[in-house]
Design a protein around this ligand. Structure first.
Ligand SMILES: [Zn+2]
Length: 700
């Protein structure tokens, strides 16, 4: 962030137009062309090259060179700028038809200062530098406008000339004044609020020409005069690494007490080495401070879409929504719940399978935040009485992340649930899931069979889908036709035909499966086998030369045979079509930074059903540190039981032997049970006794 002028597209080039002004040409609304006649504007339009963009497409990219300017004729774009500290792209503003952008980079030849991304199907007119120069020659009025724009920018810049120097060493700092700006802003722009009186805020700046910085400060501290002063970089750094921390620590403790929550936010002096997370949190609480909306009243339930839109586009609300999404991704959450309560708005994240309260927001944040989330998901913001479903796609740290959004009316307002589908970061790959080499080997052998069925079983949330997708990813090859029937489609895999099951229109698993069989598939994935018809077609497909992957709800591998028998599939067909069964659970993985070893007592082993041993065993327990947000766990680890069909098990299945008998026979041939696998993870220090007990032992 230097002294570069504000990105051109952030300029209010196209203010919304009152309907009365319909006769003006859309180009006349752009300052650069405001002096031209409609006919002249038409001539310019003819020089524009039309380009169409699908949603979520980069029209221009930050830091890339650019020699064209753009006019939006239809659609909508977002201007995003990357925060150099977190790598997250934050929304600066939205542009609609009539707006222009990109003229600064075209004029200066410098790289773009922000990215512009289409959020709807968008059409733009593109004017390249040569055409622009030809236009300036042809229409001198453009030159006049241009001079004026530049003169205004120059004037603004020179207002900052002749600024006095201030020495920070001799100043008496007031923590309350310093606290006017969040630490993130202070660090980012190297500015310090040093005095506040008569509605004038005196700001020490390492670079007083930092217009971006001044704009940010104005956004945070609204409605005050800002008097910039210059300070040296050296003094700024010295102050920040010493006195600032001490001052803010005291102040932070007080602030925390006042509002009854821990003083995690901007106030605590993480200093120059502030972590990404601390900055996000500071950002978050800072955005909250600014939300200045009415308490929710009954009237608000009647608020019009325009009013809702207005409150949702308030900068603090936009930043709060962004901060929540960013924080959830950063913490590795799988779901975000935004839940209106009687007196507050509770934000909870599901992290490693557990729901935790992240923030209790004031009720006044409710209307704006929920409307903002609905706008991002392209839902009808005026509709609050019916459930709605939508999707948000964002890019963070160069990853594409989707949020599947659903709203539901609840007693105290609409509850919003966002499921995070981090497509790029999914732990796809069998070797990433299965830590035990021999189990991995067994699964890989099953997956590479030419035909048959592989079942994955376990309760909801045990990672069955991830396992299936990882298996598919190993097979995905242009020579193979892979088709999937899913409900819902959780990941996008290139090169695979994915079909969403829609029960309400009669498109159920069985019907999709039958259609697949007419399409010459090699591999078929059926999201779930819930009924006899699906189960039967899957078995038939397997017996006629197809590879089928599917999931079932059973507790362990051997239980699959009983379940299929109960459904009504002939044991003879099951025995001959099944390649194998993976039963699985997900346990929380101990944080490798802070886990603590301890000697295992004989009692524990007995409770876990482990064979007695002379060996002195060491297990690990959770402790909690910064890396794991204090929980002692980070991520998850799978527990697997892999049963492979073979000559000796087949007769047992055909004569409907009890599960125990089949399991014992399989274990004699070397199958690790879920419990065996859990014990192995404990010995390796990957998870805790509590987790294994919860996942495996308690079920028995
Ligand atoms: Zn830890």
């Amino acid at each position: 962030m230097g002294t570069k002028p504000q990105p051109a597209m952030a300029q209010p080039a196209a203010s919304p137009q009152p309907p009365a002004a319909k006769k003006t040409h859309f180009l006349q609304r752009i300052q650069l062309f405001s002096l031209l006649s409609s006919a002249e504007c038409d001539a310019i339009v003819r020089r524009l090259k039309r380009r169409d963009f699908p949603p979520q497409f980069y029209v221009v990219r930050e830091n890339q060179p650019g020699d064209s300017m753009y006019f939006i004729t239809a659609g909508k774009c977002e201007v995003r700028k990357k925060d150099p500290n977190t790598g997250i792209e934050f929304l600066l503003t939205e542009l609609g038809p009539g707006a222009c952008f990109g003229e600064m980079a075209m004029l200066t030849g410098k790289p773009r200062t922000a990215s512009v991304v289409s959020t709807e199907p968008t059409t733009v007119g593109v004017l390249d530098r040569n055409n622009f120069q030809a236009l300036v020659v042809q229409h001198p009025k453009i030159g006049v406008s241009l001079m004026r724009i530049l003169a205004e920018r120059l004037e603004r810049a020179s207002e900052n000339v002749g600024i006095e120097f201030v020495s920070l060493q001799k100043l008496q700092f007031d923590a309350r004044v310093l606290g006017l700006l969040p630490e993130q802003t202070i660090l980012q722009h190297k500015v310090l609020p040093i005095a506040f009186a008569n509605n004038r805020l005196t700001l020490a700046m390492v670079n007083p020409n930092n217009i971006l910085g001044l704009d940010d400060v104005r956004r945070v501290v609204k409605g005050v005069m800002i008097e910039p002063m210059a300070c040296t970089e050296e003094e700024f750094q010295r102050f920040l690494s010493g006195p600032y921390k001490d001052l803010m620590k005291k102040e932070g403790a007080q602030v925390g007490k006042e509002v009854g929550r821990p003083a995690t936010a901007g106030a605590t002096g993480a200093g120059v080495a502030a972590t990404t997370e601390a900055m996000l949190e500071s950002f978050h609480s800072d955005a909250l401070k600014e939300i200045d909306m009415e308490e929710v009243t009954d009237d608000m339930l009647m608020a019009t879409a325009t009013e809702l839109r207005h409150s949702a586009e308030d900068a603090p609300v936009v930043r709060l929504a962004n901060a929540i999404l960013a924080l959830a991704v950063k913490r590795g959450a799988s779901d975000i719940h935004v839940e209106p309560q009687e007196k507050e708005l509770v934000v909870r994240f599901r992290i490693d399978g557990l729901l935790q309260v992240i923030q209790q927001l004031p009720k006044k944040a409710q209307m704006g935040l929920i409307s903002r989330l609905k706008i991002l998901s392209r839902l009808d913001i005026a509709e609050k009485r019916l459930p709605q479903d939508g999707r948000i796609s964002v890019r963070m740290e160069n990853k594409s992340i989707d949020f599947r959004v659903s709203t539901i009316p609840s007693k105290w307002g609409e509850k919003v649930c966002l499921r995070i589908l981090d497509k790029s970061n999914t732990q796809l790959g069998l070797d990433k899931l299965i830590t035990d080499p021999s189990t991995l080997q067994a699964v890989r052998e099953m997956v590479s069979q030419p035909y048959g069925i592989m079942y994955v079983t376990g309760p909801t949330g045990s990672g069955k889908t991830t396992t299936l997708y990882s298996a598919l990813a190993e097979l995905n090859d242009p020579d193979i036709n892979i088709s999937t029937a899913e409900d819902p489609i959780e990941y996008d895999l290139a090169g695979i035909n994915q079909v969403q099951v829609k029960k309400e229109i009669g498109l159920d698993f069985a019907r999709v499966l039958r259609a697949f069989l007419r399409q010459d598939p090699d591999v078929i994935l059926v999201g779930e086998t819930r009924d006899l018809e699906t189960a039967k077609i899957a078995v038939e497909a397997a017996l006629t030369g197809h590879m089928v992957f599917t999931t079932l709800h059973t507790n362990d591998a051997a239980g699959t045979f009983i379940r299929l028998d109960e459904m009504g599939v002939e044991p003879f067909l099951v025995a001959n079509s099944t390649i194998g069964i993976i039963a699985q659970r997900l346990a929380r993985r101990l944080c490798s930074r802070c886990k603590e070893p301890y000697p295992v007592e004989a009692e524990t082993l007995k409770y876990l059903g482990a064979p007695p041993t002379e060996e002195k065993l060491t297990f690990y327990k959770p402790k909690g540190c910064d890396a794991c947000s204090g929980s002692g766990y980070k991520g998850r680890v799978g527990i697997y039981e892999v049963l492979r069909m073979n000559q000796s098990l087949r007769p047992l299945v055909i004569r409907r032997a009890p599960s125990d008998e089949i399991r014992d026979a399989a274990r004699q041939q070397g199958m690790l049970s879920l419990k065996d696998y859990g014990l192995m993870l404990l010995r390796e220090g990957l998870t805790s006794v509590d987790e294994v007990v919860q996942c495996v032992v308690m079920e028995e």
